[in-house]
Design a protein around this ligand. Structure first.
Ligand code: NAP
Length: 335
């Protein structure tokens, strides 16, 4: 196949960043089509990148000029576009979360299973981050012994006004839910959310910060601070405690400055800078895999598994109880 012809649905912040990435950073693909409910912006982007504007995501998916699709529209629209891609037999890279609820994710899993081949990849880009990969290597090597605990935190500098208390978990916390499951190679048994004093700089009524507590089937305990209004930067931390040692996610490589009696380094303010290399690798590997007809990145099942945990955490927070996480049976396609 020559260049993979990609259609992008959603030309907001990350959609435009991925279009830039496909056009200028990675090789083997080009953006030929775009669509967004915000037609003005989509038309501007189409013109900028010499791509065709489509009135609707469905028309873009059906177009014979589009080989594969990237879904970067708002969370609640993902499921319908991913299902349309499966119906059309087209590969799709869908930004996280795969859908807003586990029920919708399961529908995608069932549709893909009925199709009989993996077409869906979910945008869990942290799995492509060198730091997280090094962390997983250490765990697998046995050097720190069997993992017992994970302490993690997900801090944004500030949040967009549209954020809701549920999105703290299903839009932001979902990265943490997926990455711990991937690091440990284990499913979850139960989840709980603790809330306390609210940040006065967060939107009124938004429950922020929230502490997510997860327990895996073998009993590993995970605590995650999800804090959307840290006020100082985008800061991602993760430490795995094993039976005979610990391993910690490194901070990104920024220069160390010694000046005025202090020694400091920059903390990025945006996710797009912090994980820029991970997104680049994610997209290059996805394009290569699509061209070989062998997509093997984060699957619809991974998207579902993260969402079922997110659903349970939201329920736990609303009812102040520990909630069991009960997963459907994993289809053969994902074993
Ligand atoms: P954004 O800037 O709000 O962009 C989303 C775009 O989708 C907006 O232009 C929105 O239009 C459009 N849209 C809404 N409904 C649509 C529909 N039915 N059909 C087509 N387009 C529609 O948000 P973003 O930050 O780019 O996020 C987009 C997605 O990527 C979200 O699912 C988010 O969770 C995910 N994301 C992932 C990461 C990551 O680290 N992997 C980082 C950021 C975002 P309106 O503004 O007019 O509604």
């Amino acid at each position: 196949m020559n260049e993979l012809r990609i259609g992008v649905i959603g030309t907001g912040g990350i959609g435009r960043d991925h279009i830039r990435r496909i056009t200028h950073v990675i090789t083997g693909a080009k953006v030929v089509a775009v669509s967004d409910i915000n037609k003005r912006v989509a038309k501007e982007v189409a013109q900028q990148y010499d791509a065709k504007f489509y009135d609707s995501g469905e028309e873009l998916i059906a177009s014979p000029e589009v080989d594969a699709v990237v879904v970067t529209s708002s969370d609640q629209t993902h499921a319908k576009y991913v299902l349309a891609c499966i119906a059309a037999g087209k590969y799709v890279l869908c930004e996280k979360p795969l859908a807003s609820t586990a029920k919708d994710c399961l529908e995608i899993v069932k549709a893909e299973t009925a199709y009989g081949k993996r077409l869906v990849q979910v945008g869990f880009m942290r799995r492509f981050d060198r730091g997280y990969q090094a962390l997983k290597e250490v765990i697998k090597s046995g050097k720190i012994g069997a993992p017992l605990l994970i302490h993690a935190c997900h801090r944004n500098r500030s949040h967009i006004p549209e954020f809701t208390s549920d999105m703290v978990i299903v839009t932001s916390g979902i990265h943490e839910i997926d990455i711990s499951r991937w690091l440990l190679d284990e499913d979850y048994e139960s989840g709980q959310v603790l809330t306390g004093k609210q940040n006065r700089n967060s939107k009124a009524g938004l429950i922020d910060p929230q502490i997510m507590l997860l327990k895996t089937k073998s009993g590993v305990l995970i605590d995650v601070e999800v804090n959307l209004c840290s006020g100082y930067g985008y800061d991602i931390q993760c430490e795995v405690v094993g039976e005979k040692g610990t391993v910690r996610l490194p901070d990104p490589n920024t220069v160390l400055v010694r000046s005025e009696g202090q020694h400091s380094y920059e903390i990025y303010s945006e996710w797009s800078e912090r994980f820029i290399e991970a997104y680049d690798i994610e997209f290059q590997q996805w394009v290569n895999a699509v061209k070989k007809d062998a997509v093997d990145g984060p699957s619809a099942w991974d998207g579902y598994s993260a969402c079922i945990a997110a659903d349970a955490l939201i329920k736990s927070r609303n009812n102040s109880i520990v909630e069991p996480i009960i997963t459907a049976e994993r289809p053969q396609l994902y074993k």
